[in-house]
Design a protein around this ligand. Sequence first.
Ligand SMILES: [Fe+2]
Ligand SMILES: [Fe+2]
Length: 237
Amino acid sequence: MNEESKPEVRTAEEFREQPEEYQTAIRKIVLSHAINELYGSQVFDEPAIALAPTPYAKWLTCRIAMEEYGHHVRFFELGREIGIAEEDMIPQTSAKRPLSIFEYDLDSWPEFCVIKAIGDLAEILQVEDLLHCSFHPLRNLARMTMPEERFHSQFGEDFCSDLIETEDGRQAVQEALDRMFPAMPAFFGRSGSVNNQIYRKWSIKMRTNDEMRDDYMSRVRELVEHRLGLRLPAIAG
Ligand SMILES: [Fe+2]
Ligand SMILES: [Fe+2]
């Protein structure tokens, strides 16, 4: 596709004038964010408030839950503007299932800290890839949520650093990594995905799934092995 045909879509009105393929691609991304931001808030962030061990940790966890629900609300509002049905953006009434990374049963504080450290790091990469998106309302949403996702991942890293100061804490964080991490690479989608080709064709996203996954692997390795001094579990296949 040549430069000329790359769209710059500034408003929901301009969106409605775009080809069907463009509209469908944007709706897929917004729908996925709306569902997963809400589901993550429901199964991880809100329950984690009760698991947080100190008033300080509860305060920051409340802030995270508030921000994650806020991400859902913003994607939900954008989704409504571009013609996605409200019930489709709510996991409990949608035909679309939340991502498999949320199938993890959260029952301890160290697990939540690991989820934020490595899960929200993956979310940072996804949001980064939308920072130059041709659909400006989505680009703006990515720019708004980015500092919050950075805060969530940093929160996870900071609390993991505190936990690993004791032997028990170190073991708990390592065990959570061992259970949680193997599901992460699949979060970036299949190699050669047709959806991803369409996203790049229309300058909605910039990178291939494999490029994102490779970048994630090097950033998560830096975090787990170098900054935390723990072991990154091997990935099967
Ligand atoms: Fe989020
Ligand atoms: Fe987050």
